[in-house]
Design a protein around this ligand. Structure first.
Ligand code: SF4
Length: 734
């Protein structure tokens, strides 16, 4: 470097779940530049537009630097000590007056591993409430229930290296070019080098479709039928890997017609029932390509085309998906169905044969799924299991009876409980629910009701800080030390590189300070200088053993992360395959050890319609999602001038034929009306993406055009993850 003060330090990127390794240039105490880390096996030196500009997000003009307390309707600056004292006393008061299940914490897949760990330890272990949820419920809960029901253990069996071995990539409702751009560039690179095929299977044409070899469009919700038709074709053409399914698979069916979670206190538990291969075959007779063509709009020829790639014994196939099958009112089923295809053909857990569920957030896997910041979860296991509670309690040094055996509220229900008044205190960290919760008006009104006390820790003002009684300024990303876990089970460490502004403090330390004030000094023994190391070492104890061992911190400090299970100094790249995974013990080539008999489950899952489908009054489908320039609700990326300029506001994408019929031109104002309300947006015709006729798409990053005011709060009854991709809407020129 020309400037002797400039030094480069490694960290994972702050933004998406790809988990690219980046190098941050620090000069005179300020982060001034970013480049891709050439040593990172994830991105091999490349970044996307968000990654390259990420450090600018640290320096927005309206950064929160002082704690604020709401007094008589206005926010007044205060000291951190006073703010933390007030939070602790409000928590005590709420617990005394309304019980421990009246206090809650709502976190994030952008929480670092230590943030989530201390939140879980404080609320579940010390206070004794399972009121711990995270925004990953809105994006990854379905992936979890998909993995658990098919394999008994969460997270992908393969890794990104599968991309270097696969011949065909099928993207299930996954606009990877915008949502996982660096990973998508690895697919394109393989096409240049080896001529691999990329098939985009989606409800709208996107940048991914434009780069793919084949783009296949299906009617919303009918991916269930198409996946079943692919299974039908695999069986009908004799492409089943009989030896694999006989040795390694069971067949099951679950309950059907189980609702969409639209009522409060919705309770549902699936009831698996074993079936045999013959009855599964019989079930699939309803899903011939010709029958499914009528439901899905996908031609029988296209279904057979996809099935033939999966069925070809000489082709290695990777399936990628993210929010399409996950934010889906039958999302767990959809995940099961993709696994079915890979299990029937035996194309799983080996290099290049990989069903791969991607995550959106940088630590949705690392923090939410592995630390277990969902109501039913513990770092190792679930609250319902006595042994798991005892194990966690021992490490946390709390009486086992402290941990309640009953899950309380999943995310939507948690906000319903706040509305009803069953929850009186909520601490929100690293997330912006007043932009992201579907059918938002109800939940915003609920949070504002008398007698609720809301704490929000964030780095910038947002619609969520607007509902806060106390706002805590948080230290961001490299202003503190931390760890993330990405989509491929890779845990990555980052050091503190620059000082946080003003009184901003890490979310981890905010929680520790409050825990001490609540009297849990013994459990929160951590020292300021060494707390991240102490917390991570304590956390690792929850995952000891060949099935989930985490790499030591010394390894993570020097390498670009490591994949768990990390056994005898090595990352495990392909789980459940005895060639690569030391946890396999059944003496066979594969061992799905998450299930008691070591066998994965092929599920009989039918097609069922969505919770709300277009009708005469609301004749269009509404789908929501992200854009490449902005990270989630845009609270950080909209403060990066180049990204804000590139994508300054939300819009509604229309199909050109619909736009022409309604005489709507690009940029015209369009009114969208659903049963929840209305919103006006500028039209986007033939710009970024093109929805199919009678469908519209709106990105959710823009807090000035809150699309979630009109979305529907239906969810997958198994995962409780909302379906943001489908509701009925009326479209008019405004
Ligand atoms: Fe960051 Fe994701 Fe872009 Fe990689 S792809 S640089 S992790 S935002």
């Amino acid at each position: 470097p020309k400037n002797a003060n400039l030094s480069w330090k490694k960290t994972p990127c702050r933004f998406c779940g790809v988990g690219c390794g980046v190098l941050v240039g620090v000069e005179d105490g300020k982060a001034v530049a970013v480049k891709g880390d050439p040593k990172s096996p994830v991105n091999k030196g490349l970044c996307c537009v968000k990654g390259y500009h990420s450090v600018i997000a640290l320096y927005g003009k309206d950064r929160l630097t002082k704690p604020l307390i709401k007094k008589n309707g206005t926010y007044v600056e205060t000291s951190m000590k006073e703010a933390l004292d007030l939070i602790a006393s409000k928590m005590k008061e709420t617990i005394t007056e309304h019980g421990k299940d009246a206090v809650s914490i709502y976190g994030s897949g952008q929480w670092t591993i230590p943030d989530g760990y201390v939140a879980s330890k404080l609320f579940k272990g010390c206070i004794g409430t399972n009121n711990v949820e995270a925004n990953a419920r809105l994006c990854m809960a379905t992936a979890v229930t998909g993995f658990l029901s098919s394999f008994g253990l969460d997270e992908p069996m393969g890794c990104y290296e599968d991309i270097d071995h696969a011949d065909v990539f099928v993207l299930w409702g996954n606009n990877m070019a915008e949502m996982h751009p660096v990973l998508f560039s690895r697919l394109l690179d393989q096409r240049l080098k080896r001529g691999v095929k990329i098939i985009d299977f989606a409800t709208r044409t996107t940048r991914t479709s434009m780069a793919a070899d084949t783009s296949i469009i299906f009617k919303p919700q009918t991916d269930l039928a198409v996946a079943n038709a692919i299974c039908y074709e695999i069986i009908n053409n004799g492409w089943v890997n009989t030896a694999f399914i006989e040795t390694h698979c069971n067949f099951s069916k679950g309950l059907t017609n189980m609702g969409y979670g639209l009522e409060d206190n919705f309770k549902f538990k699936d009831k698996p029932q074993k079936i045999d291969f013959e009855s599964y075959k019989e079930f699939l007779k309803d899903y011939t390509p010709e029958k499914v063509e009528k439901i899905s709009g996908v031609s029988a020829k296209e279904i057979k085309y996809m099935a033939a790639y999966y069925g070809d014994p000489n082709k290695k196939v990777m399936s990628f998906w993210c929010m399409g099958p996950n934010q889906h009112s039958r999302g767990t089923w959809m995940n099961n169905l993709i696994y079915n295809i890979h299990l029937l053909t035996g194309k799983i857990s080996s290099p290049g044969n990989s069903p791969f569920s991607l995550t959106g957030q940088p630590s949705a896997c690392g923090t939410v799924r592995e630390v277990g910041t969902l109501t039913h979860k513990l770092p190792h296991g679930v609250v319902m299991n006595k042994k798991h509670r005892e194990f966690a309690a021992k490490i946390w040094e709390v009486p086992a009876e402290n941990i309640s055996p009953k899950p309380t509220y999943h995310t939507i229900e948690m906000f319903r409980a706040l509305d009803r008044g069953d929850i009186r205190f909520m601490w929100i960290q690293v997330t912006n629910p007043m932009v992201t919760i579907p059918k938002l008006k109800r939940y915003r009104d609920g949070a504002k009701k008398e007698g609720r006390f809301i704490v929000v820790s964030d780095v910038y003002p947002t619609p969520t800080t607007d509902i806060a009684d106390v706002i805590l300024p948080s230290a961001m990303w490299i202003e503190r030390e931390g760890l993330y876990g990405n989509s491929e089970r890779r845990t990555q460490y980052f050091e503190q590189m620059v000082a946080p502004p003003g009184e901003a403090m890490s979310d981890t330390w905010q929680l520790i300070e409050v825990a001490k004030r609540l009297g849990y000094e013994k459990q929160f023994y951590y020292q300021k200088e060494t707390h991240i190391e102490e917390i991570y070492n304590e956390y690792r104890r929850h995952h000891e053993g060949k099935k989930h061992n985490m790499a030591p911190l010394e390894v993570l400090k020097t390498q670009s992360g490591a994949l768990w299970p990390y056994v005898e100094g090595k990352s495990t790249k392909w789980r459940f395959n005895s060639k690569y995974d030391p946890a396999c013990t059944n003496g066979k080539d594969f061992h799905f050890y998450g299930k008691p008999d070591g066998k994965a489950v092929i599920w009989q899952r039918p097609y069922e319609p969505a919770a709300e489908e277009p009708d005469q009054e609301f004749p269009f489908w509404l789908c929501t999602g992200r854009v490449v320039e902005h990270w989630h609700t845009g609270s950080m990326t909209r403060r990066i001038p180049v990204l804000h300029k590139a994508m300054p506001h939300a819009y509604v994408e229309l199909n050109p034929s619909d736009a022409k019929r309604m005489q709507i031109r690009n940029g015209d104002s369009v009114k969208l009306t659903t049963r929840r309300g209305e919103i006006i947006l500028p039209a986007s015709v033939n710009q970024r993406g093109v929805p199919a006729p009678m469908q519209v798409f709106v990105p959710f990053f823009d807090e000035s055009m809150l699309i979630n005011d009109i979305t529907l709060d239906s969810f997958c009854p198994i995962s409780k993850e909302p379906d943001y991709k489908k509701c009925a809407v009326k479209v008019e020129k405004a």
